[in-house]
Each structure stands twice: as structure tokens, then as C-alpha cells.
Design a protein around this ligand. Structure first.
Ligand SMILES: Nc1ncnc2c1ncn2[C@@H]1O[C@H](COP(=O)(O)OP(=O)(O)OP(=O)(O)O)[C@@H](O)[C@H]1O
Ligand SMILES: [Mg+2]
Length: 283
């Protein structure tokens, strides 16, 4: 297995007038080529910020982030344009953002290919094979407004795959769909992952996504805090993440239960670390 995405101690700070908002505070993440991964977390946890950095839309503030051969921290504007054109496809939550309203679905899929050196005939062959691959034959000649929300998102996947990027990113791709249609779109993404071997990263706030991916990471307050991995028999194993500085985030409910507040006794044994509430002895 080869690493496709690597983030180490990744920070993103937004400056809003005099205020600084720390959206990512030391994200560590490794994704292998061909993985199907989701990023789950509450609103404001930093999911979109992370995926926008991976897409080359936002520049990181500090830390390391590489995707394939691209170092996204040191990338200049020209390289970023090339990166976005060849290395990633992106599906937005808002169907209107993914498709050009006055072009039919065929032309929408062809549009990203216009910047390549493909001939008209080659483009046609490629669009037709994507249409066949994603079962879009019936809607190919229709405008986006004349197809359903689910069909729009599947067409958006085809647009994102037009230039055969090795990485497909999606930010809440099912956010505007009902549950059943959402599952259909997620299963299409899994189909792309399994058949095209594309690395797929899906951002969502819906923990049910864990049923549709191989691995799901959880974000809280700008950090990756846990991971759920499905094994061969589809059993889900949940792990807490230890970051590159040795930090872990203990869920509030566990902290409360343990009655540990600001300090604790740290004990180490073979394969085991424990935190114990400090008991003060009366003198
Ligand atoms: N362009 C920006 N300028 C200033 N602050 C921002 C900007 N984008 C995001 N933030 C802030 O960064 C933090 C993380 O935001 P982000 O959009 O990444 O969260 P999210 O997990 O995608 O949330 P949601 O589920 O609501 O989409 C939030 O506090 C947000 O207000
Ligand atoms: Mg978001």
C-alpha cells in the first residue's frame, strides 16, 4: 500500500478582521491509494476546512500536507491550478454548484475536458463511457433542472471524474437528499472507489456513513479524535487517535464518569496506559 494523502500537525487559521479562528489545530491523517474514507464531525469541527485544503481551494497555515507528489503547503498558484485540474475531483453539497444550469448533463461532463488536449471525438468517447459507467444514459440530454436531486449528484460525480483524477472528494454530498437517495449516491461513490480504484474521501455530519465506507475518522474542535474501521466481516472497531505529539482527546462523557478534572495520575503497564483521579490524602 502506498500513501496518497498525508497530513501531519496541520493547522488552518482564518483571520476575520482582528480575530483569528483556528479551524484546524494539528490534524494528523494518512490515507492510502484506493481507500474509501469518511470524515465525520459536528458542525464547526473543521471538516470542510480540511477537505478544502485537500482540494487545493484553501492554503494551510502550518504543518505538513501532501497529496500524491504534491506538497500543498509549498504549492504556488500555478501548481495549484494544475493540481486541481488533474489530481482531484470535487462534489459539493449544493447541487447547483456542481452543474452548469444551461448545459445538458453530457456537456456538463465534457466541460472539464475542454482544458485538456483531447480531440472532440476522444472527449465524446470518454463522456459516453462515464455515462455508461454511472448509468446516466436516460438523463444525458437533459438540463440539470429537469432531473432529480439524486441524479444531479450522480451527474456531479461524473463531472468530478471527467479528467480521471486519482482522488475524489465530496463535502456533504447527500446533505440535500432524502435518506434513501443519499444511500444511493453513497453507494455510487463506493462503486467508483471499487471499480476505478479512485481514492474517495466523503465529509458528512451523519455517523450512518460508517456503513458505507471502509474507514471513518471523527473530528472534534479541529482535530482528528477517533477512527472507526470496518473489518472483513463488516464488524466496526472504534479507536481513539493518538496524535504525533502524544495527545488524545477524551470524550466529555468519559471524563465526567471518571470524575477526573484538570490533572490525573498517569500509569503505564505493558500495552496499557491509564489515567487515575488524584486522591488527596488528609495530613
Ligand atoms: N472562511 C472562513 N473564515 C473564517 N472562519 C471560518 C471560515 N471557514 C470556516 N471558518 C471557521 O472554522 C471552523 C471550522 O469550520 P468548517 O466549515 O471547517 O466546519 P465544518 O465541520 O465543515 O462544519 P459544518 O458541518 O457546519 O459544515 C468554524 O469555527 C468556522 O466558523
Ligand atoms: Mg462543512
Amino acid at each position: 500500500m502506498k500513501t496518497h494523502i498525508s497530513c501531519k500537525g496541520l493547522y488552518k487559521i482564518f483571520k476575520v478582521s482582528d480575530l483569528e479562528v483556528v479551524a484546524l489545530r494539528g490534524v494528523d491523517l494518512n490515507v492510502q491509494y484506493g481507500e474509501l474514507l469518511s470524515i465525520v464531525g459536528a458542525s464547526g469541527s473543521g471538516k470542510s476546512t480540511l477537505i478544502n485544503i485537500l482540494a487545493g481551494y484553501e492554503s494551510p497555515s502550518a504543518g505538513d500536507v501532501t497529496v500524491g507528489n504534491f506538497d500543498l503547503l509549498g504549492i504556488n498558484q500555478k501548481e495549484a491550478v494544475e493540481y486541481r485540474k488533474t489530481e482531484v475531483g470535487f462534489v459539493w453539497q449544493q447541487t447547483g454548484k456542481n452543474l452548469v444550469s444551461y448545459l445538458d448533463i453530457f456537456s456538463n461532463i465534457e466541460l472539464p475536458m475542454m482544458a485538456s488536449k483531447l480531440t472532440k471525438n476522444n472527449r465524446k468517447t470518454k463522456v459516453e463511457s462515464l455515462i455508461k459507467f454511472l448509468n446516466l444514459e436516460k438523463i444525458a440530454k437533459r438540463l440539470p433542472e429537469n432531473i432529480s436531486g439524486g441524479e444531479q449528484q450522480i451527474a456531479a460525480i461524473a463531472v468530478a471524474l471527467a479528467n480521471e483524477p486519482p482522488l475524489l472528494l465530496a463535502d456533504e454530498p447527500t446533505g440535500e437528499l432524502d435518506d434513501e437517495t443519499g444511500v444511493m449516491v453513497l453507494e455510487k461513490m463506493r462503486y467508483v472507489n471499487k471499480n476505478y480504484k479512485t481514492t474517495v474521501v466523503i465529509v458528512t455530519h451523519d455517523p450512518k456513513i460508517e456503513n458505507h465506507v471502509d474507514r471513518s475518522i471523527g473530528m472534534r474542535d479541529g482535530k482528528v479524535v477517533n477512527e472507526v474501521i470496518s473489518d472483513n466481516s463488516n464488524k466496526k472497531n472504534e479507536y481513539i487517535v493518538v496524535d504525533s505529539f502524544g495527545g488524545v482527546q477524551i470524550p466529555q462523557e468519559i471524563l465526567k464518569k471518571s470524575k477526573i478534572s484538570s490533572k490525573a495520575n498517569l500509569k503505564v503497564a505493558d500495552n496499557k496506559i491509564s489515567l487515575e483521579k488524584i486522591i488527596r490524602k488528609n495530613k
